[in-house]
Design a protein around this ligand. Structure first.
Ligand code: HXC
Length: 517
């Protein structure tokens, strides 16, 4: 017969074993790689003393491949609940020291359980991923587990924020679940994401590639667009989670938290009046516009290295969270290409899910022309921007700073696409196409018959510019609500968003639309 002390002793001993993960040697290897363990990550992320674990003693039930000797409490993932800056969250952290964090049926059960509870309670879910993918020894059972997890990722999408932190080599299903979540953070040197790792690629294709070149943080944040943020190490990745969460609500029925600000809502910034260069094709950095307009140092850029011809991110305006979308004339003249379309459309939908008003700054010469762009589907991808803005019911305000030509004008949050307010700076140029292209079509015959076509063309171009390359014809037609001095932008936006805060708009009932994916 056991007395109470024995029972408590057993519990404490089992807990101590669970806390050892895959053993001291593997923990040491984890540390040598510059990585924290799953429990150290949770400790850093959550408010002190708030972690409530679930499934500490869960183990796998596999007997093949000597797995009976490889049973670890927790089975390679730590799951539970806690708070971050007093806000409730659900969390899981995979433990690479246990069988490489490989995903098992038991891991699936543990993670799905907190996914269900997070969804039912309307709280964000944060996943710290450090897993080599489906556990090979379990065969189809681990694959089935992914199916269960993916289903919950999708059902929770747009209901509760889901943030994925990639903190080790992640393969197979361990990258597809993060890809279904809202935002992905990768540690710079220690995380990798690939469907199959370099070994398998070598076996199947004969090609040799390093993990970093295949799926390192730089690749995914600049080329593929899978990752939204890079963090220098585990600690900064976890700090990034806290920062990102501070811009998001707990769920889609709430608004993001308002923060205190010392930046006056009425502040006007004279520098804005001279920020747009007088010459048409001279670049300027749209980030500067954003920094001058929104609350100081509040802009959190997302996807900063991907499709740099567009800018997206969260900012505060009078302490309220807004989503900022902009063309970036400093990079490829701010043209809209396939990646920029994906970046913008995804961000617009993210903001619409979580009740975050959108402010869009437009300076775009149009959609990237060319055979390659057409063949790669610039129509299909460009249509995503239109779809996302038209569908979004959050307040939407646009500010045309310079070029808004053709498709770019209409697609970038224009009034006719259920935009709530369209502002333009006096430097705005709003036209169907560029002046030279336009006169060559409209005045082709006169140019063909002219004695000196070059001089005449230049004269036509100037006439065209005078007529259309201003905001006033758009303002006369009601497409632009107001032409404002650039320095007035901040107070105008504050006032407009204050009015629009109670905006209610619904889309027709339907199962779902068919976004051009
Ligand atoms: C079980 C695994 C495993 C796996 C690694 N391990 N992968 N155990 N199932 N999938 C074990 C290793 O045996 C080792 O155990 C420990 O984890 C660490 O692995 P290492 O290879 O020593 O680590 P490292 O050199 O850092 O390499 C990490 C890695 C590599 C790049 C992730 O292990 C790898 O390529 N693994 C296979 C990845 C993969 O192809 N997964 C896809 C599965 S299919 P010990 O005992 O030595 O510590 C899939 C399909 C889902 O997920 C589809 C969804 C749509």
């Amino acid at each position: 017969m056991h007395d109470q002390y024995d029972q408590l002793g057993k519990l404490r001993e089992m807990r101590a074993r669970a806390f050892e993960g895959g053993g001291s040697e593997r923990v040491q290897r984890q540390h040598e790689r510059g990585k924290l363990t799953a429990r150290e990550r949770l400790e850093w992320l959550l408010d002190e003393g708030t972690f409530q674990e679930t499934g500490t003693f869960a183990t796998h039930r596999t007997t093949d491949f000597g797995m009976e000797q490889q049973r670890y409490f927790g089975d390679g993932v730590v799951t539970g609940f806690g708070t971050i800056n007093q806000r409730r969250v659900a969390v899981f952290a995979q433990d690479f020291t246990v069988l490489g964090g490989a995903f098992s049926e038991t891991q699936a059960q543990k993670i799905c359980r907190i996914q269900d509870m997070a969804l039912a309670s309307g709280i964000p879910l944060i996943g710290m991923n450090d897993s080599s993918g489906a556990r090979i020894q379990e065969g189809v059972r681990s694959l089935g587990g992914y199916g269960e997890m993916f289903t919950r990722n999708v059902l929770a999408s747009g209901v509760i924020p889901q943030i994925s932190v990639m903190m080790g080599p992640c393969a197979g299903g361990s990258v597809y679940s993060p890809a279904l979540t809202d935002l992905v953070i990768m540690t710079r040197e220690t995380s990798f994401m690939f469907s199959t790792g370099p070994e398998v690629i070598k076996t199947v294709t004969g090609m040799e590639v390093t993990a970093r070149d295949l799926g390192g943080a730089m690749v995914h944040s600049s080329k593929s667009g899978v990752a939204h943020f890079i963090a220098e190490d585990d600690h900064s990745a976890l700090e990034m989670v806290k920062l990102v969460l501070s811009y998001l609500p707990q769920n889609n029925t709430e608004n993001p938290p308002r923060v205190g600000t010392y930046d006056a809502p009425t502040r006007m910034d004279d520098e804005l009046n001279t920020l747009v260069p007088t010459s048409d094709d001279e670049p300027y950095d749209m980030r500067q516009v954003i920094q001058h307009v929104f609350d100081r140092r509040s802009f959190l850029e997302i996807h900063a290295s991907f499709a740099r011809n567009a800018l997206v991110g969260f900012a505060h305006l009078d302490g309220y969270v807004v989503g900022v979308v902009a063309n970036q004339p400093a990079y490829l003249a701010g043209v809209l290409d396939i990646d920029a379309s994906d970046k913008i459309a995804r961000f617009v939908r993210l903001c619409d899910c979580y009740n975050i008003p959108l402010v869009t700054f437009v300076d775009c010469p149009g959609i990237l022309p060319g055979v390659l762009a057409e063949h790669r589907g610039s129509i299909r991808h460009g249509a995503k921007i239109i779809y996302a803005y038209c569908e979004a019911t959050v307040p939407k305000i646009s500010v045309v700073t310079r070029k808004a030509i053709g498709g770019a004008y209409i697609a970038m949050s224009s009034r006719p696409m259920r935009g709530d307010l369209a502002l333009a700076w006096p430097t705005a140029q709003i036209a169907v196409m560029g002046p030279r292209g336009a006169v060559r079509i409209l005045q082709r015959q006169e140019l063909q018959e002219a004695e000196n076509p070059a001089v005449l063309e230049q004269q036509f171009v100037e006439d065209f510019r005078e007529k259309f390359y201003t905001p006033y014809s758009a303002a006369q037609g009601g497409q632009i609500d107001e032409v404002i001095e650039p320095r007035e932008t901040r107070p105008r936006l504050v006032l407009a968003l204050d009015i629009l805060r109670t905006k209610v708009q619904h889309n027709p009932p339907k199962k779902h639309g068919l976004m051009p994916v």
